[in-house]
Design a protein around this ligand. Structure first.
Ligand code: C5P
Length: 287
């Protein structure tokens, strides 16, 4: 079988504080994009993993870790040949590795006829990484906690975006460390943030100007301090007509919200000056 593993951007990402377990408590609206890796999964006696990017073809790949985690539920040992065709760059903040892992869990659950309930898959996903569970759900989600809790936001707005990634990547752990967020009380509880409310409303109204005005990412400040070249990427996108520009997750890719498709194409062409990797396309939509 062939399955798509979509990339994400964080339309909002507020860090509420550092938790006693060392992770950061977040509230974030995550939007999947049409951009996707492809996993080709076939029956095999053992687990064989191949990847279009040789640097990612190893036992530490989240796809292999997802397969090994799920294989524990097989009464008799079973394998699979998984080929991963990468389109989403690594260390970009686009969630490529997490998305691949989530899709592998769903596909292998089916291939091996395990019939594990969705809640079990969510738990395994959370073990693999903070933002793996969100890729089990629909194209737009509010993500809370360290990433394990998600709530769908239903909207059908066609939005065009452009992405650019400079050669240098960013490690999520390094960016969070730079943020120096305050420590959160163990009893912390909060109401939904006004930034989240504003983005949900803008998405539901399908109002591009409001969506553009409501984007926010607390990780952008530390990332810009770490790589000043990101200012140039931002500037190129704004000059090319993007209505707003923001760091993708913990970076180092940057996205620009575009008023229409021609602007997205023009912005992508302009970005080639600074970025070895670019993409333009649409938000993934609810079916
Ligand atoms: O969970 P995952 O392994 O993907 O996270 C990578 C790193 O990012 C963690 O080790 C942690 O330093 C940081 N992180 C965090 N708070 C989150 C998610 C990730 O501090 N909510």
């Amino acid at each position: 079988m062939n399955v798509s593993a979509h990339a994400k951007i964080n339309l909002t990402l507020r860090v509420l504080g550092k938790r006693p377990d060392g992770y950061h408590e977040l509230e974030s609206i995550v939007q999947l994009l049409e951009l996707a890796d492809t996993l080709q999964i076939d029956d095999a006696d053992t687990l064989i993993f191949t990847c279009s990017d040789p640097a990612l073809e190893n036992e530490q790949n989240l796809v292999v870790r997802a397969a090994r985690l799920l294989a524990r539920y097989n009464a008799i040992p079973r394998g699979a040949h998984i080929h991963l065709e990468k389109a989403i760059p690594a260390q970009a903040g686009l969630g490529g590795g997490s998305s691949d892992a989530a899709v592998a869990l769903i596909a292998l659950n089916e291939l091996w006829e395990l019939r594990r309930p969705f809640d079990d898959l969510r738990q395994l996903a959370a073990e693999l990484g903070s933002d793996v569970p969100l890729f089990l759900d629909g194209p737009t989600q509010i993500m809370r906690g360290r990433g394990e809790s998600t709530t769908p936001v239903v909207h059908a707005t066609p939005v065009f975006v452009v992405l650019g990634k400079i050669a240098q990547g960013l490690s999520t752990a390094d960016v969070y460390a730079r943020l120096q967020a305050p420590t959160l009380a163990p009893t912390h509880a909060h109401r939904q943030l006004p930034e989240t409310d504003a983005m949900v409303r803008a998405l539901q109204q399908g109002d591009i100007a409001r969506i553009a005005a409501a984007v926010v990412n607390d990780l952008e400040g530390p990332a810009l301090e770490m790589i000043t070249e990101l200012y140039r990427v931002r500037q190129l996108m704004l000059e090319a007509g993007c209505v707003s520009v923001l760091l993708c997750g913990s970076g180092s890719a940057v996205f620009g919200i575009c008023p229409d498709e021609p602007t997205a194409h023009a912005a992508e062409a302009a970005l080639a000056l600074a970025c070895p990797w670019t993409w333009s396309g649409r938000f993934l939509r609810w079916k």
